[in-house]
Write a protein of this length. Structure first.
Length: 422
């Protein structure tokens, strides 16, 4: 090999290494946010889709992935270009009333979701015979200590690592021995049905993909990490990677349950822990335990992040200091709110005979009420030259974004209607 060839090879290796180093330096906000979307509620929805309809609903994951990328990219771009969180921008551009409305509704919805996360932890650990009165308080202390006692970069590394544990689901799916040809076929060729339950499940799948808290957390995390226009291109790759990975994981959850529970006489899955137990007779104990491990990890990860999204939203909206890199004394409102949300969510799960399903249902209704407003606010903000300059949406981006918003709004209201009526 000539000296010129050696130098060229070294230059290529250096270029690839530097690009990878830059990517991993920015990796975090988009990857974490998208993966936390696969919380116990999302896992339950995907499990139900596979258990009830086999592989027939896999095709919905392609358009929902596109929708997720469009919305998440806008949130990350606004954070990088303006240096402000979404609540900050809503307060400055639309006034305190709009901010107060989003704070109240998002706070209610997130609190219901936080309860759902601890309920998922209880359900997952219940598979191993551990009482919720032991595991829920321990889980609450763990996530509280991680956020309150930690600093942004170490916390982010832990959250990224926790996100990788979701890959337990692909392994679980392989143990289920699915019909891969049929699964791939039904991923790319839509299966249509007039069954009302089929429509409701489509609405649920799409509705669990884009939620209001994600936009507030992602934009705040981008700002706190110090990402700006200089490294936004890599941040965008982080967002796209996260969105694709999270729906790939969803694909394997549907496949695992579609390959096993769909062909059995197992009753309807009403608790996400039931999905893990139902896999055991068909895919084996190891696949069942992997599924449960993924659920426990998802519960803890979501229980750490969702209260953060609410705390960022409220503190940005009211002008209080916020951020994991600040000490308790520097951002007392931020940390006290986080403490109350974590403690309150865990305490609710411990109440005997509490109708958790109703609490979760109404939190989803609150999400549905807020989501159209958040999407419209984001689209109006991202198109203001005064805020975004040359980084505002292009015409084709607006077409895709408004179409995504319109479909999400219609599906959200349909989901609210079917949830209340059923």
């Amino acid at each position: 090999m000539t000296q010129a060839a050696i130098r060229s090879r070294r230059s290529l290796i250096f270029l690839i290494s530097s690009r990878l180093a830059a990517f991993f330096a920015v990796l975090g906000p988009g990857f974490i946010t998208a993966n936390v979307d696969n919380d116990p509620g999302g896992i339950l929805t995907y499990s139900q889709a596979g258990a009830k309809f086999g592989y027939q609903l896999l095709w919905t994951l392609i358009p929902t992935t596109i929708a997720l990328i469009v919305v998440q990219e806008m949130a990350a771009r606004m954070g990088a270009i303006t240096g402000k969180g979404l609540s900050d921008l809503i307060r400055e551009e639309f006034g305190l009333r709009a901010t107060f409305f989003t704070m109240i509704v998002l706070g209610f919805a997130d609190f219901g979701n936080i309860i759902a996360e601890f309920a998922g932890l209880s359900s997952g650990m219940g598979i191993f015979g551990i009482s919720k009165y032991i595991v829920v308080p321990i889980g609450a202390v763990l996530v509280w200590s991680l956020i309150v006692r930690g600093r942004y970069k170490p916390v982010e590394r832990i959250l990224v690592f926790a996100s990788l544990i979701y890959f337990a689901y692909p392994v679980s799916a392989f143990f289920a021995r699915p019909n891969w040809d049929l699964a791939l076929k039904q991923t790319f060729i839509p299966t249509l049905s007039s069954d009302p339950a089929y429509l409701v499940m489509i609405i649920g799948l799409v509705g669990t993909t884009i939620t209001p808290w994600m936009q507030f957390y992602l934009q705040a995390a981008v700002v706190e990490k110090g990402i700006d226009r200089r490294n936004y291109a890599i941040c965008r790759l982080d967002v796209i990677t996260g969105c694709i990975v999270t729906d790939v994981i969803a694909f394997f959850i549907v496949v695992a349950c579609g390959a096993t529970i769909y062909h059995s006489n197992h009753p309807a899955i009403e608790d996400v822990g039931q999905a893990a137990l139902a896999l055991r007779p068909f895919a084996g104990k190891f696949a069942s335990l992997l599924f449960a491990a993924g659920l426990i990890n998802a519960s803890l990860l979501s229980a750490a992040i969702l209260p953060l999204a609410t705390s960022y939203n409220v503190c940005e909206g009211l002008g209080f200091e916020s951020g994991i890199d600040k000490r308790f004394s520097e951002a007392p409102v931020f940390y006290w709110l986080y403490t109350l949300l974590v403690g309150g969510g865990a305490a609710f799960v411990l109440i005997p005979r509490l109708p958790l399903l109703k609490v979760i249902l109404w939190s989803q209704v609150a999400n549905g009420i807020l989501l159209p407003f958040v999407l419209v606010y984001m689209l109006l903000l991202v198109n203001r030259p005064r805020l975004m300059g040359g980084y505002k949406n292009k015409a084709w981006q607006n077409w895709i974004a408004w179409a995504t918003a319109a479909v999400m709004i219609l599906l959200t209201f349909a989901y609210i209607y079917t949830s209340i009526v059923s």
